[in-house]
Design a protein around this ligand. Structure first.
Ligand code: GLN
Length: 452
C-alpha cells in the first residue's frame, strides 16, 4: 500500500512507470498476506516489484516503450515474471524504458523521459537521466517506488542505469534467465536480470528469475545455485583481474580513484589483484553496434501492422505495412533498422556482419584466456555519472560511448554485476563492475558483496 501511495505522489514527476497495476497489486498483496498467515510464504512473498515494460505480462498492457505496441495486451506471462509470481512477488506495474530497449538514457521512450531521483549537489535544477534502457526500473527502485525490479541488458541496460541510480544491477550468464515472453531486441545479446538495493537482494531476485526453460532454446539446462549463500563466501584467496585496456585515456580521475579504491578493498579482504589483458576490448563497441542492430532489424520485421499492436490502414497491404511502421517506430529504432538491414545486405554482409561475428569470437576468447588466470575482473561500469536530460542527444555516437565498459560482457555472454561504489564530487553515484566466468555468478556475487 505504501508503495502505491508513493507511486501516486512521485510518478507524475519521475515517469518511472508506464502502467500502474493498482487493483492487481492489491489483490496479489492480499494473497501474499493470506499465504504468510497460513505459513506458506516463499522467497518473495509480498515483495513489491516493478517490471520493465519489455516483459509480457498476461492481461497487462506491454508497450516495449514503443507506440508500435501501445495497444498490445499479451495473452501470456513471460517465464521470468511467471517465476517471480510463483515465488509470491507483487507486481506494482510496468516500468518505462527506451523504445524497444534501444538507448542509454531512457530518452527514446514513446512514453516520455524518466527522471533520475538523484540530483547534482551543485545544480539542483538539472534533471538527470536514470540511464537506459531500463531507466524506469532503476528510477523506481532508487526512489523507493519498488523494492526491486526486472530489467534486460543487451549492451549494459541493467548495469549502466544501476550505476547512474546507486543500485545493484545483475546481468547473469547468457542462458541463465529465459528470454521467453521478453520482447526481443537482439536475441543473442538479450539478458534478463534484476535491480536491487543490495547485493543480497539481487541474489534472491536472480534465484527466483533464473532456471532452465524448454520454451527458450538458448536457456541453459543447468541447476540454479544458492546465489544468496554465495554472497557470504568472502574473497579470501580469489584472484581479481584488472584489464589494462579499460584504463582509457579520458577516464575521469574520480572513476579511476574509485576503481583503485575497489581494488584496495578487495586486497584488504584477502584477494590477490592481478593485471590482465583483454586485447580486443577496443573493438567491443563497434562490434556491438553492428551485431545488435542486425539482430534488431530482423526481430522488428514482425511489427507489420497485421500481427501485433498498432495498425494504420492503407490502400493495399504494402501501404498498410509502410504506414504502420512509419507511425509506430521512433527515430532511434529507425536508425537501428537502417544500420541493421545495411550490414546484413548481400553486398556488405561479409564486410560488416561476418567480420563483427569473428571479432565477437575473439572478444569471448579474451575473457576465456583471462579466466584461466583469474576468478573475476573488476572495472568501472560506465565512463561517467548520470548526465542531464538532453545531453549527448545531438550525437548518437556520443550516446553509444556510454556502453564502452558494458558491451564486452554481452558479446561474450559472461555474468557481470554493477555495485554502487561511491559518489562523485557532485554527490552522484558511481558503479563498479564485477565480471565473472560463465555460470559462475556465485563468485561474482561474493566479490560484489565484499565491495558493498
Ligand atoms: N545502450 C545500448 C543500446 O542502445 C544497450 C541497450 C540495452 O542493453 N538494452 O543498444
Amino acid at each position: 500500500m505504501a508503495h502505491l501511495h508513493a507511486i501516486e505522489a512521485l510518478n507524475p514527476r519521475l515517469n518511472a512507470y508506464i502502467t500502474v497495476s493498482h487493483a492487481r497489486a492489491l489483490d496479489q498483496a492480499r494473497a501474499a498476506d493470506a499465504a504468510l498467515a497460513a505459513g506458506e510464504g516463499r522467497a518473495l512473498t509480498g515483495i513489491p516489484l516493478a517490471i520493465k515494460d519489455l516483459f509480457c505480462t498476461e492481461g497487462v498492457r506491454t508497450t516495449a516503450g514503443s507506440k508500435m505496441l501501445g495497444p498490445f495486451v499479451p495473452p501470456y506471462e513471460s517465464t521470468v515474471t511467471a517465476n517471480l509470481l510463483r515465488d509470491g512477488a507483487v507486481f506494482l506495474g510496468k516500468a518505462n524504458l527506451d523504445e524497444f530497449a534501444m538507448g542509454s538514457s531512457n530518452m527514446t521512450s514513446a512514453y516520455g523521459p524518466v527522471e533520475n531521483p538523484w540530483k547534482r549537489r551543485q545544480d539542483q535544477a538539472a534533471v538527470l537521466v536514470p540511464g537506459g534502457s531500463s531507466g524506469g526500473s532503476a528510477a523506481a527502485v532508487a526512489a523507493r517506488l519498488a523494492m526491486g525490479a526486472t530489467g534486460t541488458d543487451t549492451g549494459g541496460s541493467i548495469r549502466q542505469p544501476a550505476s547512474f541510480c546507486g543500485l545493484v544491477g545483475v546481468k547473469p550468464t547468457y542462458g541463465r534467465c529465459s528470454r521467453w515472453g521478453v520482447v526481443a531486441f537482439a536475441s543473442s545479446l538479450d539478458h534478463p536480470g534484476p535491480f536491487a538495493r543490495t547485493v543480497r537482494d539481487g541474489a534472491i531476485l536472480l534465484g527466483s528469475m533464473a532456471g532452465h526453460d524448454p520454451k527458450d532454446s538458448t536457456s541453459a539446462p543447468v541447476p540454479v545455485p544458492d546465489f544468496e549463500a554465495a554472497c557470504a563466501r568472502g574473497v579470501k584467496g580469489l584472484r581479481i583481474g584488472v584489464p589494462k585496456e579499460y584504463r582509457s585515456d579520458g577516464m575521469p580521475s574520480e572513476i579511476e580513484a574509485l576503481w583503485q579504491q575497489g581494488l584496495d578493498w578487495l586486497r584488504a579482504a584477502g584477494a590477490e589483484i592481478v593485471d590482465v589483458s583483454l586485447p580486443h576490448t577496443k573493438y567491443g563497441l563497434g562490434t556491438y553496434y553492428i551485431v545488435a542492430p542486425a539482430e534488431a532489424s530482423s526481430n522488428l520485421a514482425r511489427y507489420d501492422g497485421v500481427r501485433f499492436g498498432l495498425r494504420q490502414d492503407g490502400k493495399d497491404l504494402r501501404d498498410l505495412y509502410e504506414r504502420t511502421r512509419a507511425e509506430g517506430f521512433g527515430p532511434e529504432v529507425r536508425r537501428r533498422i537502417l544500420i541493421g538491414t545495411y550490414v546484413l545486405s548481400a553486398g556488405y554482409y561479409d564486410a560488416y556482419y561476418l567480420r563483427a561475428q569473428k571479432i565477437r569470437a575473439l572478444i569471448l576468447k579474451d575473457f576465456t584466456d583471462a579466466f584461466t588466470r583469474v576468478d573475476a575482473l573488476l572495472t568501472p561500469t560506465a565512463p561517467s555519472a548520470a548526465f542531464a536530460q538532453g545531453e549527448n542527444m545531438d550525437d548518437p555516437i556520443k550516446m553509444y560511448l556510454n556502453d564502452v565498459f558494458t558491451v564486452p560482457a554481452n558479446l561474450a555472454g559472461v555474468p557481470a554485476i554493477s555495485i554502487p561504489a561511491g559518489l562523485d564530487a557532485n554527490g552522484l553515484p558511481l558503479g563498479l563492475q564485477v565480471i565473472g566466468k560463465p555460470f559462475d555468478e556465485e563468485t561474482v556475487f561474493a566479490v560484489s558483496a565484499a565491495i558493498e
